[in-house]
Write a protein that binds this ligand. Structure first.
Ligand code: ZN
Ligand code: ZN
Length: 381
């Protein structure tokens, strides 16, 4: 992973965001920039370099994983330790005793000689922000930073795409387990448990979200987690599942049918599949996320099912199961080669049934590649 390159690119865009420092507190962002996988960390990035703050549990791990930042082991919350450290550095600098490893550069932003510290507002609580402000003792101004790392993360590099492909392949293989386990009378959580066991056995670190397994009328619940409900003799079973492999997520949905589907059920499934294929066909560089969403929605509108399509068409994925870009109505984000997104339209009639079909695609130079180009005809059990 090119952690060094990512960090350098971030450092180079701090001035244009009028920031002297950026405090990274969202752990997937810390991991993206340094490779650190611990559960407590804050990364202070300045033009001169970066410093990773963590606690005593991670001394060995931080040394092993992080090559491009200084490591400071503290006993406080990492973000607070970073703020205190910065205040101390800047106190020394102000009194002419710059001797620390980080030379604060003053007035980069042209704002004040105290400089501006950007924070990731989406990952800090209001309480944490107040504690940071107190710890800075007026030595730096706090400002909500634009989502600089999230923007960079939207476009994956070759190594990341390989990791995602491997996660998606492992994740996709779990459908075989579902097909074997899904039988009338079996409880939903038994099917989910078998899939999750198989995932771990094959090397997954865990599931990327709690497995969704919703049978019969429960399939109309968009996020129907596997419950103790028994699979009925006849009806749809919606399975939405993903794994985390080497840090990267997969996400896939297949809707199966137990017993012979009615004509109406087949048509319903067919309409959702047509919407999914239309959205996949719409993915290419230069189209907006909103246009891809509209491609799916237009098909369901034609089938008079648009009112049952109650969520967005897809989302980016990578280190996190949900990240940018969001493929939703009117989203102006332009697609670019290297973006990895799910395409997952669905339709849900409350109390009756629901169908969703989801695949992960990579935006290529001319269109997209579906990472699981499997047959999507309705599976009947
Ligand atoms: Zn999913
Ligand atoms: Zn998804």
């Amino acid at each position: 992973m090119d952690h060094a390159g990512r960090l350098l690119r971030l450092q180079s865009i701090l001035p244009e965001s009028k920031l002297d420092f950026l405090l990274i507190t969202h752990l997937p962002n810390v991991r993206y920039l340094t490779g650190f996988t611990g559960s407590a960390a804050a990364l202070l990035v300045g033009e001169q370099g970066a410093t990773l703050f963590t606690d005593g549990r991670y001394i060995a791990q931080a040394k092993q994983e992080v090559r491009n930042a200084r490591i400071v082991i503290g006993s406080k919350a990492p973000a607070l330790a970073a703020a205190e450290w910065l205040a101390a550095q800047r106190g020394r600098a102000a009194s002419g005793r710059v001797g620390g490893p980080l030379k604060p550069s003053f007035g980069l932003s042209g704002a004040t000689s105290y400089g501006t510290l950007g924070i990731e507002a989406e990952s800090l609580t209001v309480g944490a922000r107040d504690r940071l402000r107190a710890a800075l003792r007026g030595k730096s101004r706090l400002r909500s930073a634009p989502p600089l790392v999230e923007r960079a993360r939207m476009v994956k590099d070759r190594v990341e795409i390989r990791r995602i492909r491997e996660a998606v392949q492992l994740g996709a293989s779990l459908l075989r387990v579902a097909r074997m386990k899904i039988r009338p009378g079996v409880r939903e959580f038994e099917v989910a448990a078998a899939m999750e066991y198989e995932a771990r056995r094959k090397g997954a670190e865990g599931m990327s979200f709690p497995t969704i397994l919703a049978s019969g009328p429960r399939s109309a619940i968009v996020h129907g987690r596997a419950s103790e409900a028994r699979i009925p003799r006849r009806g749809f079973v919606l399975c939405d599942f993903g794994v985390i492999l080497a840090g990267y997520c997969s996400d896939r949905t297949r809707t199966l049918h137990v017993g012979q589907p009615s004509r109406e059920a087949r048509d319903f499934y067919g309409a959702v599949l047509e919407a999914q294929l239309a959205a996949i066909a719409a993915v290419r560089p230069g189209v907006t996320a909103g246009q891809v969403d509209e491609a799916a929605r237009a098909v369901l509108r034609k089938h008079k099912l648009a009112r049952w399509f109650t969520h967005s068409t897809g989302h980016g994925l990578g280190l996190e199961i949900h990240e940018g870009p969001r493929l939703a109505a009117a989203q102006p984000q332009m697609l670019e080669p290297g973006m990895v997104v799910t395409i997952e339209p669905g339709a849900y009639v409350p109390g009756k049934w629901g169908v969703r079909i989801e695949d992960v695609v990579v935006v290529t130079a001319s269109g997209c590649e579906v990472l699981t180009p499997a047959d999507k005809d309705l599976i009947v059990i």
